[in-house]
Design a protein around this ligand. Structure first.
Ligand SMILES: Cc1cc2nc3c(=O)[nH]c(=O)nc-3n(C[C@H](O)[C@H](O)[C@H](O)COP(=O)(O)O)c2cc1C
Length: 226
């Protein structure tokens, strides 16, 4: 029915309808928080993914729990069921699905190449986790899931935060970019004249969502009238 209706339309319209359809498919996205500064980016990304109806598999490091408390007065629980409850209360209504996994849960879907999901984002990403992923050291679920994304040629985005970067950090980023990862340091631009910290956070999150193929209107598009 759908295809016969489409076949009557001009080719460009069919491509457009298919493109919009692809953009709106529910994606399974692994989101990892690690202990770099920038937890508001990670939390806003989580919120936007869930509000746009995506399925999010969340995992976080022990250092991320410390940074979350430091930067957002937020206690990320040790037990996944407690974390799911806390985050659902904090984020309010959303149409997506949230599943939280322990960092040693080797039975989690993203631990295996047979069930990697569509994409993974490590945001914020520490230099430590970056180094582990660049070296293939899969000693926790975050590093293992990232390793799986690379070997399965799926989208892996890292938002590394440090200042300045050492040669070791830069070489690790180059290694990862060569292996197919997308390095997206959380560097908000100022050309939209941000009026708040929230605007700056949204700048970074919008670019990550774009790379995930998740429709969003967080930022005006360059060259378009607001
Ligand atoms: C408040 C705070 C901020 C930190 N900021 C950074 C940072 O921006 N980048 C970084 O690489 N490490 C940062 N660290 C250090 C990491 O948390 C630490 O190296 C940790 O071992 C990383 O572990 P993980 O990669 O498993 O999260 C920070 C630590 C704290 C407590």
């Amino acid at each position: 029915m759908y295809f016969s209706a489409l076949s009557a339309l001009p080719r460009e319209t069919v491509f457009f309808v298919q493109y919009i359809g692809q953009q709106q498919l529910v994606k399974t996205i692994t989101l990892a928080f690690t202990g770099a500064s920038g937890m508001p980016y990670g939390m806003r990304l989580l919120e936007c993914l869930l509000q746009s109806g995506q399925r999010v598999h969340l995992v976080y490091s022990m250092a991320a729990q410390i940074v979350a408390r430091q930067e957002m007065d937020m206690v990320l629980p040790n037990r996944p069921p407690d974390a799911e409850r806390m985050l659902a209360e904090r984020l309010g209504t959303f149409s997506g699905e949230l599943h939280v996994f322990g960092r040693d849960d080797w039975y989690a879907p993203m631990a295996s190449g047979s069930n990697p999901g569509d994409a993974m984002v490590i945001c914020p990403c520490t230099m430590g986790t970056l180094a582990k992923v660049a070296s293939g050291i899969s000693d926790d679920l975050i590093a293992r899931a990232a390793d799986v994304m690379l070997k399965e040629r799926r989208t892996l985005i890292l938002a590394p935060r440090e200042m300045p970067f050492s040669v070791i950090h830069l070489e690790n980023m180059l290694t990862l970019a060569r292996a197919g990862a997308v390095i997206m340091p959380p560097n908000p631009g100022f050309y939209y004249q941000p009026g708040s910290v929230q605007d700056m956070v949204d700048f970074v999150v919008a670019r990550i969502l774009d790379h995930l193929g998740v429709a969003n209107t967080l930022l005006p598009r360059w060259g378009e009238k607001p």
